[in-house]
Ligand binder design. Structure first.
Ligand code: NAD
Ligand code: LMR
Length: 332
């Protein structure tokens, strides 16, 4: 085995984690590296992880290294290369007598988790650690965590890959293509109903969506709302928020973040804005991203946005600004 990687997963006894964790050690996500897992839960359920570890041992994963579990996040963080921050409350449940309807309702419930976790990551994670926030509201949780970490050599991402995968599926059906023919499906903005899935810059069999999908009515009234509301549609149908598709999207994000980009190709995740595309600096915003040969992740800056796209994107940027305002008491 070439080398090893240490991965911390929070919310390890939850729904997403049950699909996610086996895929981290299957020899595909991190190639031929040995994968050490550090699984984190809250004290009330941490003992359940004993059962998960038993199942992992029983599954014969040749690339699996040391597997530990704890309710002590600081201890788990030491020298970790990757942090998959899934642990948080999903919507669709009743919390303190109130049904959680919108991801933004989770701001006050989940935001606080990311202060302490961010501090620990900044202090104990590897200097080149990558952090993927899955727990909602993912963008603003990542904003809080990155601020608390205070370590600019680490890379914080929030997950929009699930939205991108959903959008690829809708585009493939609309254009009678296979999903594998659809690439560069950019999700601009927030992982929320304001996100802007970009049907103009998506690439279908090597051609831009703007030259293939000549149906603005469909884009505006069907495609965009379908992608924006898909999380809710899954909750309504399943009685629980998406889990296996979310796990697959987290794996896709890790793979894209570990693999140097093929020329011209990009993947979707939210990252701290450097002012690109007129987004206020620091907001954790959904962008087209590329991974460089040394593992650095950069915003792809050569995408043209139509006036229609800019107006949709602005709605999501404004929402991110208001979320930042709502959590400013949690930030330095
Ligand atoms: P779940 O309720 O099944 O599991 C969450 C787990 O997190 C629980 O086991 C809980 O004990 C644990 N947890 C809570 N606080 C923790 C903490 N401080 N440290 C460690 N663990 C903690 O929920 P799920 O279905 O796995 O979803 C998890 C989160 O992911 C939710 O917020 C959900 O909304 C979000 N989500 C995001 C996306 C996305 O695309 N970004 C997609 C799907 C779900
Ligand atoms: C999703 O998009 O499926 C998740 O963010 C869960 C949710 O609350 O929608």
């Amino acid at each position: 085995m070439s080398s090893s990687v240490k991965v911390v997963v929070t919310g390890a006894a939850g729904q997403i984690a049950y699909s996610l964790i086996p895929r981290l050690v299957d020899g595909k996500t991190f190639g031929n590296k040995k994968v050490d897992l550090s699984l984190v839960e809250i004290p009330q359920v941490v003992s359940k992880l004993e059962g998960l570890v038993m199942e992992l041992e029983d599954s014969y994963f040749p690339n699996m290294g040391d597997v530990t579990y704890t309710d002590n996040f600081e201890e788990a963080s030491k020298d970790a290369d990757w942090f998959l921050l899934v642990g948080s409350i999903p919507r669709g449940i009743v919390y303190n007598g109130k049904k959680i309807e919108e991801r933004s309702d989770l701001l006050s419930i989940n935001g606080g988790i990311f202060v302490d976790q961010g501090k620990a990551i900044g202090a104990y994670g590897k200097e080149n650690a990558k952090i993927l926030v899955v727990g909602n509201p993912a963008n603003t949780n990542a904003l809080i965590g990155k601020d608390a970490a205070n370590n600019n050599s680490q890379t914080w991402l929030a997950m929009t890959m699930l939205d991108s995968n959903r959008a690829k599926s809708v585009i493939a059906k609309k254009t009678n293509n296979n999903i594998s023919d659809v690439s560069n499906m950019i999700i601009w903005g927030n992982h929320s109903p304001t996100m802007y899935p970009d049907a103009e810059n998506v690439v279908i069999n090597g051609e831009l969506g703007s030259s293939i999908i000549n149906d603005m009515e469909w884009i505006e009234s069907d495609f965009i709302p379908t992608v924006q509301q898909r999380g809710k549609a899954v909750i309504d149908a399943r009685g629980a928020s998406s889990a296996t598709s979310a796990a697959k999207a987290a794996i896709d994000t890790v793979i894209a973040s570990e693999s140097p980009a093929v020329s011209g190709e990009c993947f979707s995740a939210a990252i701290a804005s450097d002012g690109s595309y007129d987004v206020p600096e620091g907001l954790i915003c959904g962008y087209p991203l590329i991974t460089l040969d040394d593992g650095t992740i950069e915003i792809k800056r050569d995408i043209s946005l139509s006036d229609f796209a800019k107006s949709k994107f602005k709605i999501s940027i404004d929402e991110l600004i208001s979320e930042r305002e709502a959590v400013k008491h949690l930030m330095k």
